[in-house]
Design a protein around this ligand. Structure first.
Ligand code: SF4
Length: 476
């Protein structure tokens, strides 16, 4: 996957000019947003659930080492294998080595953001193992050689016609935009792969420390097939996926489907506790759990930014974000997009490579209100912006001289009360020439001129609050 986080601004221009993308994004995100709102409104204890989820995550992240050890011990006790991968390279190396050792040439995969993050498909292909995505959305984008553009709906950016043309080109079927026929074609093709594959690869939604259980949530049944038909199952998880107790699932299983797709419960939930036992008819002979760090320990060190690790990958923050809804996932340049991508990517990839992302937000707080684990996005985004500004190597794009001058003048005025007062008196006098109908519709000076290109600027009040206060005008 070509990482283009450094080109966020350029990517957004391309996305904004793509009319088909704009229509697809608008339709899909509004639909997801509305169903989530309805699901939340029909869940009387919604806010209490969110608070509980936040508390569970807080407790887990604070004692992550304890819960991870407990989880790993349970998996091993049940007959599974655990591999701790420091980074993407180590994780891929382990899976590739395992595939080669077991003579695997075809691997079926359930949707996994972690596998995208570590670029597992590419590593497998280089080693002569063919990975086949089995989630329909992932399958579509694999055929198109594109990265996902949404956490839960990877092909959100594609129209029905585009999928039809893709299937005709790659699967050699007559052109049709009948969705049922397209789905049947994908199912037929994939079913063969499930039978032939020597390895099934999945992500992990939750890893229960108490029981060593892997929990997978899905709607298509493909993950269930990927994890039970092939002889070897490899589950790849970020170390933040662990939760302490089985009982905690009661909270997350109510929040996740409702936040993601507005469903009370997803169609399939798989609980995998160790490999197949001798008396069981289904399941893999071998279970390998790869626990990946890849920058997460560094995130843990920051008491504020570590909250991004609470994420349960529901996608709700993407659907409500005014920026994501206009530019889509590819503009963010890596696997994670939207508000959560703007926080996670600079930490996982480096502040230097993704310095623009924390600024890709209006700080409206819609993501914070939607997030089932109550991540305080504006606070985290501001903390990251601060880090970018404090770190000269992270600032790839130097602001234009006019902006730097305006900021320098602003900083100079704000450093003393006298200067501040003088500046506001001056500004009030200057604005008189530009106020029409109670607003400034066209400001002359940069950066105000940029602002008024698209909206009106409210003028300064004729008397400041302090002046009114001193004059004794108080709200009663
Ligand atoms: S940050 Fe919150 S809203 Fe966004 S995907 Fe993660 S859990 Fe969902």
């Amino acid at each position: 996957m070509q990482i283009t986080t450094e080109r966020f601004e350029e990517n957004t221009r391309v996305a904004l000019a793509n009319r088909q993308l704009q229509a697809a994004l608008q339709n899909a995100t509004i639909k997801f947003m509305l169903v989530r709102q309805m699901a939340a409104a029909h869940t009387p204890d919604w806010e209490r659930l969110r608070e509980q989820a936040e508390q569970i995550k807080k407790q887990t992240i604070e004692q992550l080492d304890v819960y991870l050890e407990q989880f790993a011990e349970r998996v091993v006790a049940l007959g599974g294998h655990v591999y701790w991968a420091r980074d993407a390279e180590a994780a891929c190396r382990y899976v590739v080595h395992l595939a080669k050792q077991r003579g695997v040439t075809l691997a079926v995969k359930g949707k996994s953001m972690m596998a995208e993050e570590i670029e597992l498909n590419e590593a497998l292909e280089r080693a002569g193992v063919t990975p086949v995505e089995t989630d329909l959305g992932e399958y579509i984008i694999q055929l198109a050689h594109e990265p996902p553009s949404h956490i839960i709906a990877p092909a959100i950016h594609k129209s029905k016609q585009q999928v039809a043309e893709l299937f005709t080109e790659k699967l050699h079927i007559p052109l049709t935009d009948d969705i049922e026929e397209l789905t049947r074609t994908a199912r037929r093709t994939l079913r063969e792969k499930f039978y032939q594959a020597g390895m099934g690869i999945s992500g992990v939604n939750f890893a229960v420390a108490e029981t060593g259980t892997i929990v997978l949530v899905e709607n298509e049944g493909n993950i269930r097939l990927s994890t039970s038909l092939p002889r070897v199952h490899v589950a790849i998880m970020g170390l933040e996926k662990v939760i302490p107790r089985f009982a905690d699932l009661a909270v997350f299983m109510r929040l996740l489907p409702r936040s993601a797709t507005g469903q009370k419960m997803s169609a399939y939930v798989s609980f995998i506790t160790g490999p197949r036992r001798p008396h069981e008819p289904d399941g893999p002979d071998e279970l390998h759990v790869v626990i990946v760090d890849n920058g997460r320990s560094a995130m843990l060190r920051d008491p504020e930014l570590r909250r991004a690790l609470y994420c349960i990958h529901c996608g709700a923050c993407l659907n409500v974000c005014p920026v994501y809804r206009k530019v889509g996932g590819h503009a963010y340049g890596w696997v994670y997009s939207g508000p959560i991508g703007a926080i996670v990517t600079p930490q996982l990839l480096s502040l230097r490579r993704a310095s623009e992302l924390p600024f890709a937000s209006s700080l409206c707080g819609a993501c914070r209100d939607a997030c089932p684990v109550r991540i305080d996005f504006p606070k985290l985004l501001l903390a990251l912006r601060h880090q970018v500004k404090e770190n000269p190597t992270a600032q790839q794009i130097r602001p234009p001289w006019s902006e730097r001058t305006a900021m320098a003048v602003w900083a100079f005025a704000m450093r003393s009360e006298r200067r501040y007062r003088l500046a506001t008196i001056l500004a009030r006098w200057i604005q008189k020439f530009f106020v029409a109908d109670g607003t400034i519709q066209r400001a002359p000076l940069y950066p105000f001129s940029q602002w008024t290109k698209h909206r009106d600027l409210p003028p300064l009040a004729s008397h400041s609050f302090r002046e009114r206060w001193e004059a004794g005008v108080r709200d009663s």
